[in-house]
Write a protein that binds this ligand. Structure first.
Ligand code: GTP
Ligand code: MG
Length: 255
């Protein structure tokens, strides 16, 4: 079974080599990495090229001419990965907020589920302890209350960005109809997962803040994402009851 990890990058030169080698050293057979870089000014694209030569054929790069958003980066990456024969597709950030060490645990669950979600809001999941209580509360409210109430989602972490997909799950969702691009992409994908009755497993993860590199998240981005939740609702309507199977792992994570 072939697993392709799609990593969108924008100015991640300081993280990309360490992340790529950590992923390639995981005890997972037939695993490759697809970097989707948007002409990062810090030279991430050139570094990605260097990695693709060094680790050929296990690292591939998709260069896009300008910063075009996380959502379309994933859609293009998933599409290319599927075209190249991936059975499983992974989405993760380049900044080590999503620890590669969880991936073998995700893969252990995928035979019974369509998507495994790295979740901060199931028992055992955790946010960076450097967060203030106010910041934690806002994030918890946005993910576990606001989005769930408006859309009727069952999943606890509606904006999770670390996921393992079965190829057939992405085919069922039909990526061509996904419109959201920025951070709200995660919410639209969570919605479409439930709407299509995918079997979802939320695996608890510890989400660490980016160690190096610059944050692209600010208040404007957050407000925009919040308003776009309503757009998803008006486009598709709230989810009907019993629209999906969500399993939450209640034991604490092994990590
Ligand atoms: N290709 C591409 N990648 C992007 C774009 N925007 C963000 N990314 C990448 O998407 C991932 C998530 O973005 P982050 O900036 O880490 O977002 P975040 O985790 O919400 O915020 P911080 O970690 O605080 O910066 C990272 O790997 C980014 O480099 C984009 O427009 N294009
Ligand atoms: Mg990040």
């Amino acid at each position: 079974m072939k697993t392709t990890i799609v990593i969108p990058t924008y100015n991640e030169a300081e993280n990309l080599r360490a992340l790529t080698t950590a992923l390639l050293n995981l005890p997972i057979s037939d695993l490759d990495v697809l970097i989707v870089d948007d002409e990062s000014p810090d030279g991430t694209g050139a570094l990605a090229e260097e990695l693709s030569r060094e680790f050929a054929p296990r690292v591939q790069v998709l260069h896009r001419p300008a910063k075009s958003g996380l959502g379309t980066a994933y859609i293009e990456g998933f599409t290319l990965g599927m075209k190249n024969g991936a059975d499983y597709l992974v989405q993760m950030d380049a900044d080590f907020s999503h620890s590669p060490d969880y991936l073998p645990h995700f893969l252990q669950r995928i035979d019974k589920y369509d998507v495994v979600v790295g979740s901060r809001y199931v028992p055992g999941g955790k946010l960076d302890e450097r967060w203030s209580f106010g910041r934690y509360l806002l994030s918890w409210w946005a993910n576990s209350v606001y989005v769930r109430l408006i859309l009727g989602l069952k999943v606890r972490d509606a904006t999770a960005g670390y996921k393992l997909w079965r190829r057939s799950a992405l085919e069922k969702i039909n990526l061509n109809r996904v419109r959201a691009n920025g951070y709200i992409f995660q919410v639209e994908m969570a919605y479409l997962s439930e709407q299509n009755g995918l079997r979802i497993f939320e695996y608890p993860i510890y989400f660490e803040d980016r160690r190096i590199g610059q944050s692209k998240m600010d208040m404007r981005v957050k407000w925009e994402a919040a308003s776009r939740v309503w757009e998803i609702r008006s486009r598709y309507g709230p989810l009907k009851k019993n629209s999906s199977i969500v399993a939450h792992q209640l034991e604490t994570s092994e990590k």
